[in-house]
Design a binder for this molecule. Structure first.
Ligand code: ADP
Ligand code: MG
Length: 616
């Protein structure tokens, strides 16, 4: 429960006023509810023809005794003048008004509660998304995408339910229970003391069931995350599934996991559903005990009325009203116990959400970092050693100087560390050994935003968003005009094919750009880089996924893009980097050869070997 309170401390403060409103409305509603039940007493007294006539009107004050006395006075005068039937109607009218106020206030309370609840959930959603965006890329290589999605959706929904239940529990039910119990004490002290000896016994039984609920709930959500993951991967990789005739395999896998989710969910619901029948059953036992005890008090004529001076005996009418109020207590008490269960479930979900929210942003934004708008002299990697998980060094003591305005090509076998090398520059990963300098200053000392603003990136798989071509090109750049976008598209050799699309620049590209060909996607991502007009350009096998025809178009676009910039170009096909100012050959995490194309061919080492292989 401590975790639950810290959760409230985190998300409740902005909505203090809403909490107060809900609380006040609930108090009012509880008071009117008691009044409406208490009005049963005069009504029953009229019916039972009990002598409760009052003939003196006291001067009005807010004292409850005066109010009750005067109410009886008016009931008596209606009864004397018009007969008992009208007296009943007269009391009934008050009961209707009290009930109306009770219901109205209850609605006002839940009205305000709805605002509170949804605002809190919106805040959590926003916080998760902002956190996902700010977390380093490395965080996600250890997580399943489906599970992350489940946390951001399913777990948040679970928290919403628990918040709803819990706010009821903390704002509404205690108020109701206190008001009801106070009035029960008011009617009969002995009976109420007796009833409350019984309740803790029932409460402890209910608490026992709730214990294992939290762990099971967490298991259930994790399983759901797994299911979402399979779903996501399958939709994304449907072509592979079909091509390998793996439908049956993957369907079996999915049904196995759904079965195990189904089992957990059943266990969970059944246990949670125990709350209601159990509290109802235990509640009935308590009620019967109370009826028995109250009945003996009446029959023995020895019941005392607390605070009451006129009539000491517990009358039948009062006892029935007492039972009426007692019955009202049972509902909030029941809700109290199911709220407890829901909180257990909700907090399990919140813990899963916190795995994201409280995750360490390894790459800390340097708040008072140096601003940088343009590259002045160059980039330098100095004795950089890097490993992804602290085990195998993927880069081993690598040093490289990239002077401003030069094109540096990186070549080497797959897995030799080229992509890792360029990913370190925008700080997708942070290094511990060695340093990377831009204009002689460690990149960690710059503002992260400025640092990344210096570079443009074109990768092997051009990642487009499910949006229009225009928005994909203008992505992340403020204040762009149609002309800017078109100019960028022309440089990227994309303008013509974009115009040929059904809606030109406003054509939607589909999920991840699936409505376009690989070369078209690539040229849009080049246009995106052109529009940013970065000083440093990083190309990671930008053409290797393309056929020769579109490669030529893309290559041509890239060459226009490279003019006048400092660039790191990873190339699969050596022909594309023949003109590089310098070529670095990577081998098993080291730079083993450096030079121009001609120098390296003449050297007869790794580069010559790669070159000869491609010449074949
Ligand atoms: P290249 O781009 O030269 O083909 P990479 O830089 O992608 O090579 O990979 C270098 C090595 O780092 C490979 O052995 C690869 O298995 C490993 N590696 C790449 N990305 C990750 C990652 N996110 N987590 C762990 N290891 C990785
Ligand atoms: Mg690579």
């Amino acid at each position: 429960m401590r975790y639950f309170f810290s959760f409230l401390r985190r998300y409740l403060p902005p909505y203090k006023s809403k909490v107060v409103i809900t609380l006040l409305c609930n108090i009012a509603s509880a008071v009117f509810s008691v009044v409406s039940v208490a009005l049963l007493i005069p009504i029953l007294e009229i019916i039972f023809q009990q002598d409760s006539e009052v003939t003196t009107l006291l001067p009005w004050t807010l004292d409850s005794k005066v109010v009750i006395n005067n109410f009886y006075y008016y009931v008596t005068s209606v009864k004397v003048t018009y007969g008992p039937g009208y007296a009943l109607l007269f009391s009934g009218l008050f009961m209707i008004i009290a009930t109306m106020l009770k219901c109205g206030m209850a609605y006002a309370a839940s009205y305000s509660n709805v605002g509170l609840r949804n605002n809190m959930v919106r805040d959590i959603r926003r916080e998760i998304f902002a956190k996902i965006v700010s977390l380093p890329v490395g965080f996600f290589s250890n997580e399943r995408k489906g599970d992350i999605m489940q946390r951001a959706t399913g777990d948040v929904a679970e928290v919403e339910n628990s918040v709803m239940a819990s706010l009821d529990m903390f704002v509404k039910n205690p108020v109701l229970i206190i008001v009801y119990i106070a009035s029960m004490f008011y009617i009969s002290l002995e009976l109420t003391v007796f009833a409350f000896v019984m309740l803790p016994i029932a409460g402890s039984l209910i608490g026992r069931v709730g214990k294992s609920l939290k762990r099971q709930s967490s298991e259930g959500q994790a399983k759901m995350g797994l299911l979402l993951g399979i779903l996501e991967e399958t939709i994304g990789g449907l072509r592979v599934v079909k091509a390998f005739n793996a439908e049956k395999h993957i369907v079996d896998h999915y049904s196995k996991e759904t079965q195990s989710y189904c089992n957990i969910a059943k266990r969970l619901s059944r246990r949670r559903d125990l709350a209601h029948p159990m509290s109802e059953f235990l509640g009935t036992i308590v009620v019967i005990m109370v009826v028995w005890f109250g009945g003996t008090l009446i029959l023995g004529g020895s019941g005392t009325l607390f605070f009451s001076d006129s009539d000491n005996a517990l009358t039948v009418a009062k006892f029935l009203a007492y039972l009426g109020i007692f019955y009202q207590v049972i509902n909030p008490a029941k809700n109290f116990s199911s709220a407890y269960y829901n909180i257990q479930k909700g907090m399990a979900a919140m813990e899963r959400i916190d795995k994201i929210l409280l995750a360490d942003d390894h790459i800390f934004e340097n708040a008072d970092g140096t601003p940088i708008k343009h590259l002045q002299s160059g980039i330098e990697y100095r004795n950089v050693t890097f490993s992804y998980n602290g085990e195998i060094d993927v880069l081993k003591n690598v040093s490289l100087k990239v002077p401003k305005g030069k094109m540096i090509a990186l070549v080497g076998q797959s897995g030799s560390g080229k992509s890792t090398f360029v990913d370190l520059l925008p700080r997708f990963w942070d290094i511990e050994k060695g340093e990377i300098l831009i204009d002689g200053v460690n990149i960690k000392d710059y503002r992260l935003h400025d640092l990344r603003g210096l570079m443009g990136n074109v990768n092997q798989d051009a990642l487009l968003f499910n949006d229009t071509i225009y928005n994909n090109i203008a992505f992340g750049v403020d204040n762009v005009t149609q002309e800017d976008v078109e100019r960028a598209a022309r440089i990227a050799n994309a303008h013509d094919f974009i115009l040929a699309q059904p809606e030109g620049y406003q054509t939607n590209v589909g999920d991840r750009g699936s409505k376009l060909s690989g070369g078209q996607r690539q040229r849009i991502s080049i246009a995106r880089a052109v529009l940013r007009n970065p000083d440093i350009l990083i190309l990671d096998e930008a053409t290797s996924a393309l056929d020769t025809e579109s490669e030529r178009l893309v290559q041509d676009a890239l060459e226009k893009l490279l003019v006048g910039r400092t660039s790191l170009v990873i190339a699969h096909r050596l022909s594309t980097i023949r003109n590089a100012d310098m070529i670095c050959v990577f081998h098993e995490g080291r730079i083993v050869e450096v030079g121009t194309h001609d120098e390296l061919v003449a050297l007869g080492g790794y580069y010559k070997k790669l070159h000869d292989m491609q010449a074949l």
